[in-house]
Design a binder for this molecule. Structure first.
Ligand code: SF4
Length: 62
């Protein structure tokens, strides 16, 4: 499972990090830090939670 965060769509709602703090990190302004690649083993559910939590659809997974 891979996820990609499109930081150009991120509006800093911080919902991804609230839903899955071990998977998503924010900068000092509350915007998601860039991430693209494999989800670490055991964090698949966290990644899905973050994808569903993002109102901007800035996080995609495949
Ligand atoms: S929930 Fe979406 S818009 Fe909000 S910080 Fe995370 S990636 Fe950005």
């Amino acid at each position: 499972m891979k996820i990609t965060i499109d930081t150009t769509k991120c509006s800093g709602h911080a919902r991804c990090a609230a839903a899955a703090p071990e998977m998503f990190e924010l900068d000092d302004s509350g915007y998601a830090l860039p991430y693209a690649g494999e989800v670490p083993a055991g964090h698949e559910d966290d990644a899905r939670e973050g994808v569903l939590a993002c109102p901007e659809r800035a996080i995609t997974f495949e």
